[in-house]
Design a protein around this ligand. Structure first.
Ligand SMILES: NC(=O)C1=CN([C@@H]2O[C@H](COP(=O)(O)OP(=O)(O)OC[C@H]3O[C@@H](n4cnc5c(N)ncnc54)[C@H](O)[C@@H]3O)[C@@H](O)[C@H]2O)C=CC1
Ligand SMILES: CC(C)CC(=O)C(=O)O
Ligand SMILES: [Mg+2]
Length: 359
């Protein structure tokens, strides 16, 4: 019997609520596919600050490094926003991604036909949308030095630095071309090479790597245009590869093509141990109300089975279960439309887990 140890880090805000639903789904998967899943819970973010004074405790680092994969809810919230920057919850996230060398963040924005009515965009614009955003995750402006708030003469100056080494661009470009080969064979590299030297280098390296992937079409787009094109005509995109910050922003925009930010899962790969999390944050505005959409987290579990455990059949099963629950008309508040059945976070988790058992 296959056996996997999963580090489960619920985090803050809606994190614990949505992760609980993902665990229900993992329980159902374990039964259905006869796999042994061992969960070990750890503290991260604000929850860790409250308990041990730091956002990313040594114990959590040891836990994730001794696991086969990591499932994260989300971190952060107003309670911790005034802490010194270096010990804020979000630092734990960046630290964990770096520690795991999870440099490739895959964020699939695929619209379920069943949710065409959940979007504010026209059906003809979004029907069939299937974009894979590949965001560089362990470098760029979120990591570059110098960074900080410094005193310069009479006033302060805030500095962040966008920097990319050639090898960092090369490895993410390779991931993008490899993924595109299994899809519709088109990569759009998004940069700001008209004004940012770091992305002039990015564009050059992507071009160079492309020489090894001549069967894949490559085009380049500036990020401002890309933000507009995603909303204007999203079906022009197959794989989007981009920098850490641009990918962060564009993937939230892509989420709305699928109906809600609560729909987009992610896999962060590249190192030995994969990290799986919804793309959204801790949603403090709806935390504790049992109304958050758990599907992004549940589908992140699906990605875990494909990318960490080489069991794509489990991802397919989870995807089918989600689709069937949506087809029966069940909706959390964020994807609700008239005539559908409004359900809570807990109910959505139960429905999807039950559907898996009945597959
Ligand atoms: N990966 C992570 O842990 C991330 C953490 N954050 C942190 O989360 C906190 C809140 O950040 P925001 O900018 O408000 O972004 P957010 O992604 O938490 O929320 C943005 C909006 O989307 C809604 N939303 C998010 N997830 C949802 C879900 N599953 N179901 C239904 N609605 C959902 C929220 O209610 C909110 O209105 C901050 O402290 C931020 O730093 C933000 C993004 C990612
Ligand atoms: C701390 C942030 C970089 C988290 C975020 O917005 C994301 O990863 O999407
Ligand atoms: Mg983000």
């Amino acid at each position: 019997m296959k056996e996997f140890k999963i580090a489960v880090l619920p985090g803050d805000g809606i994190g614990p609520e949505i992760v609980k639903q993902a665990v229900k789904v993992m329980d159902a998967v374990s039964e259905k596919f006869d796999i042994k899943l061992k969960y070990e819970y750890g503290l991260i973010g604000g929850a860790a600050i409250d308990e041990c004074g730091v956002p990313f405790p040594e114990e959590t680092k040891e836990l994730i490094l001794s696991s086969d994969a990591v499932l994260l809810g989300a971190v952060g919230g107003p309670k911790w926003d005034n802490l010194p920057f270096e010990i804020r919850p979000e630092r734990a996230l960046l630290g964990m991604r770096k520690l795991l060398n999870a440099f490739a963040n895959l964020r699939p924005a695929k619209l379920y036909d069943e949710l065409i009515d959940a979007s504010t965009l026209k059906p003809e614009v979004i029907k069939g949308v299937d974009i894979m955003v590949i965001r560089e995750l362990t470098s760029g402006i979120y990591f570059g030095i110098p960074k900080g708030i410094f005193v310069d003469g009479e006033e302060r100056v805030g500095i962040n630095t966008m920097r990319y080494y050639e090898h960092e661009v090369e490895r993410i470009a390779r991931v993008a071309f490899e993924v595109a080969r299994k899809r519709r064979k088109k990569v759009t590299s998004v940069d700001k090479a008209n004004v940012l030297e770091a992305t002039v280098l990015w564009r050059e390296v992507v071009e160079k790597v492309h020489e090894d992937y001549q069967d894949v079409e490559l085009n380049h787009m500036y990020v401002d245009n890309a933000a507009m094109q995603i909303i204007r005509w999203p079906k022009q995109f197959d794989v989007i590869v981009t920098t850490n910050m641009f990918g962060d922003i564009l993937s939230d925009a892509c989420a709305m093509l699928t109906g809600s930010l609560g729909m987009l899962p992610s896999a962060s790969i590249g190192g030995k141990i994969g990290l799986y999390e919804p793309i959204h944050g801790s949603a403090p505005d709806i935390a504790g109300q049992n109304i958050a959409n758990p599907i992004a987290t549940i589908n992140s579990v699906g990605m875990m089975f494909t990318y960490s455990f080489d069991m794509p059949e489990v991802e397919e099963a989870i995807d089918t279960a989600v689709r069937r629950v949506l087809a029966k008309g069940y909706r959390t508040r964020d994807i609700y439309s008239e005539g559908k059945k409004l359900v809570s976070t807990e109910e959505m988790g139960d429905l999807i887990a039950e559907e898996i058992k009945n597959l």
